[in-house]
Design a protein around this ligand. Sequence first.
Ligand code: 3PG
Ligand code: MG
Length: 410
Amino acid sequence: MSLNKKSVDDFNAKGRRVLVRCDFNVPLKDGKITDETRIVAALPTINKLIKDGGKVILCSHLGKVKEGPNEKESLAPVAVALSEKLGKEVKFIADYNVTGAETTAAVNTMKEGDVILLQNTRFRGKEETKPGDAGEAFAKELADLADDFVCDAFGSAHRAHASVSVVTKYIKEKGGTNAVGYLMQKEIDFLGNAVENPVRPFVAILGGAKVADKLNVINNLLEKCDTLIIGGGMAFTFLKAKGYEIGKSLVDDEKIEYCKEMMAKAEKLGKQLLLPVDTGVADSFPDPIDGPVDVSYVESSKIPADKEGLDIGPKTQELFANAVKSAKTVVWNGPMGVFENPTLAKGTIAVAKALAETDATTIIGGGDSAAACNQLGFADKMSHISTGGGASLEFLEGKELPGVYAADNR
Ligand code: 3PG
Ligand code: MG
């Protein structure tokens, strides 16, 4: 089943009020945006709608808003950054109520090509809606502002929230279009369709600290891929499940049975499952994380009792790189070791390098692996780096994301 959603290319926004849900959940420090990636990623869709002559009404959440509306989680700095990048005024509606008289008045005076940004949708509390509660009312108020809706908030697509998915119901009721933006489209093409119908051989690489975070990802990818590679902290639970001595390495004893099941499943399905064969070990986890550390390399089946595994070793790097070389599609999520430390980043760098050098389609599933690619300078060598964290993981689990699912089919 491949996803074939209506996009901003499937309708003309001329003269229409278009509500666009973005993911402007950017990191802020002392009121300054420290990483503009998500703002930059939203520009193509916004520019397309401006060019069409649409009236562009942007909305987003920012932060968790645990203490209720507050200036620290206001979207005001985003309006300033956006305005600079678009080279035109972005009118910010600061009202903590998000919708209401001020917003409606601003929308009513919009001309074709104008852009406004609404206040943080989580300031309404009812953003996190359940069917039948007042979140529905908020979703309807948002829909009342517009004729059509575009979801370009991939990072939030796993949330069944008022401004992400519920709003589509009310847009649909009045005959409007619910489409996805270019950013969402690209995420769907790569994380959705390329993983669902991969060009083979398909190699999936998973890392990161905890097995528990990736149970469903492992299970789903095992069914889709030809080779599953497991590195990072979570590999030690697999190694222990094989009966190996893993010393003081990170382990989740409750997931040993699960790891055994996955290894049996791989065998039954005739899939290759690769685990580290050598491991970089030290006396303890570096403190500070990027501080000096004395590393030696041992066989992964014989980690000394007083040592902790913190990276994959050179033989494993080669093993994993060779698997990548023969692949036509590669998905990677999670670092191979403590990549924040230069001495322990070697495994993660080796994998990033292997992906950078192949002609295969390379898909980086957000979060830490995206950060690693950016930090290590390999970002522009990848076919796709997801802008989502939780959303990309749920996509790789094979789940239907509410924000994707709610858009009209073509
Ligand atoms: C994110 O950064 O994870 C997304 O913007 C979603 O935010 P949330 O995890 O607070 O729902
Ligand atoms: Mg999150």
